[in-house]
Design a protein around this ligand. Structure first.
Ligand code: SDX
Length: 431
């Protein structure tokens, strides 16, 4: 029996609106017919209370710090799975059988190269170009080499071909952008290496020496990429869905997601956190001063890596990354003063009424940069790492949407508050 919510309007009318309940008992009022029935729309700045879709991909419970991909808890996936297997799970809905994974991995391996002409694109960017600008334009530029994969109503085979090409080549585009920024020769992908090892090799091998892939670094990278792989309807994923809802191809939709992720309030926060920790360190390490700045309403400074729209308790990813930080830096014998500052900042904030009242906790970006830095990845590449991790989630969400026969182009409404009708006056009479 359909549950209903009753809405009584300011003119006395009352309408029934269906209530829908998800598999985790989340409830929503379905307002699909609200405007047709009443002429009213809803207004919800930042979509804080608005569900854009139903989805079977990722479940977040912000109050209890739960994050599951297709029903699997991320802590278990971090411990037992690999980033490529989690990518398959997110995109196709189930963990692959051995044969399915073998076929998927073969497609990824056999489609890692980019067209040789694309190398020239990298050389025409100014040296200080942010790698997120390069990554977003390069992903969109891939479409130039696959004219047959731009059809809006793709066959499943073509959709899979598009998916595996972007998933495989994003590593090459990211590594080439990094190599270009440090003036080193590009390192090509090696089919003998698995997904993450191949990326690390493209990033760090130099022609003059043999690069030994550190299994500890590889495992840490797997963990970080798994933790970033999806996060339901966040800003960049919602961007990918909105762009894809116009039937734009996957290259264009992902490119737009990369741009949305770049923002410092979103994926760009991991770079901002490191820069904030470095500022605190340079300033003598007095993090309480920065905590006070973050609380000062007259100061635009925010404690980067803290707070979250959904998590009003701990971000489960931050907990896992913080432990990995401790383990890795101990294993590598690195004593990073920024980690001590981060821990002191967290401890002080979690006791401070300003943060406690607003339920502000460390999020996924607070500790991740310390691991990337320990691996030798430069700060301006941190958000690129986030994008590589989030790519399977963006793809899965786009695929779920385009395969929905009821898909409609996203087109929010508004409430107009500007000038009412007025007539044009010639310039000489405007005073
Ligand atoms: C990601 O959505 C996702 O799932 C995103 C993500 C993913 O995996 O896709 O999890 C990845 O983007 C993580 C968030 C990374 N961003 C940062 O770390 C930037 C710093 N954090 C803030 O900018 C903020 O917390 C947001 C953007 C994350 C959330 O903002 P909201 O939900 O719009 O909350 P808000 O800005 O309205 O804050 C509520 C209150 C305000 O104070 P009051 O007006 O109530 O007095 O909390 C304060 C804010 O000023 N506040 C902070 C703060 N975050 C919120 N004050 C100081 N420092 C902060 N970091």
């Amino acid at each position: 029996m359909t549950k209903i919510a009753k809405l009584t309007l300011d003119d006395g009318r009352t309408i029934d609106l269906p209530v829908i309940e998800g598999s985790e008992h989340e409830k929503a009022i379905d307002i699909t017919k609200l405007r047709a029935q009443t002429g009213y729309v809803t207004l919800d700045s930042g979509y804080m209370n608005t569900g854009a879709c139903t989805s079977k991909i990722t479940f977040l419970d912000g109050e209890n710090g739960i994050l599951r991909y297709r029903g699997y808890d991320i802590a278990e996936l971090c411990e037992k799975s690999s980033f490529l297997e989690v990518s398959y799970l997110l995109i196709y809905g189930e963990l692959p059988t051995a044969d399915e994974f073998k076929a998927f991995r073969a497609k990824i391996r056999n489609h890692s190269l980019i067209h040789e002409d694309m190398k020239n694109f990298f050389n025409n960017y100014p040296g200080q170009t942010h790698p997120m600008a390069i990554l977003s334009s390069m992903v969109c530029s891939l479409s130039a080499y696959y004219p047959g994969l731009l059809e809006s109503d793709q066959s499943p085979e073509d959709r899979d071909a598009t998916i595996t090409r972007i998933l495989s080549k994003v590593r090459v585009l990211a590594a080439f952008a990094y190599k270009r920024s440090i003036g080193q020769a590009f390192v090509y992908p090696k089919n003998s290496l698995n997904y993450v090892a191949n990326f690390l090799n493209m990033m760090f091998e130099v022609p003059a020496e043999d690069y030994e892939i550190d299994p500890v670094a590889q495992r840490a990278m797997e963990l970080l990429l798994i933790l970033h792989a999806d996060h339901e309807q966040n800003c960049s994923t919602s961007t990918v869905r909105l762009v894809g809802s116009s039937k734009a191809n996957l290259f264009a939709s992902i490119s737009s997601g990369i741009c949305a992720l770049w923002g410092p309030l979103h994926g760009g926060a991991n770079q901002e956190v490191l820069e904030m920790l470095e500022d605190i360190h340079k300033d003598g390490g007095d993090y309480k001063k920065f905590l006070d700045m973050a609380k000062d309403k007259n100061n635009p400074f925010k404690l980067m890596g803290f707070g979250h729209r959904v998590y009003k308790n701990f971000d489960p990813r931050a907990k896992i990354i913080k432990k990995a930080c401790d383990d890795l830096l101990a294993k590598w014998g690195i004593n990073d003063p920024l980690l001590e500052i981060a821990k002191g900042l967290e401890e002080a904030a979690l006791k401070d009424p300003y943060f406690v009242e607003r339920k502000l906790y460390p999020n996924v970006d607070f500790y991740s940069g310390i691991i990337y830095r320990a691996m030798g990845i430069p700060t301006n590449m941190f958000t690129v790492m986030f994008a590589i991790g989030r790519l399977p989630g963006w793809i899965a969400q786009w695929k779920e949407m385009v395969e929905d026969p009821a898909m409609k182009i996203g087109r929010p409404r508004q409430i107009y508050t500007g000038e009412t009708s007025r007539t044009y006056s010639p310039i000489e009479r405007r005073g």
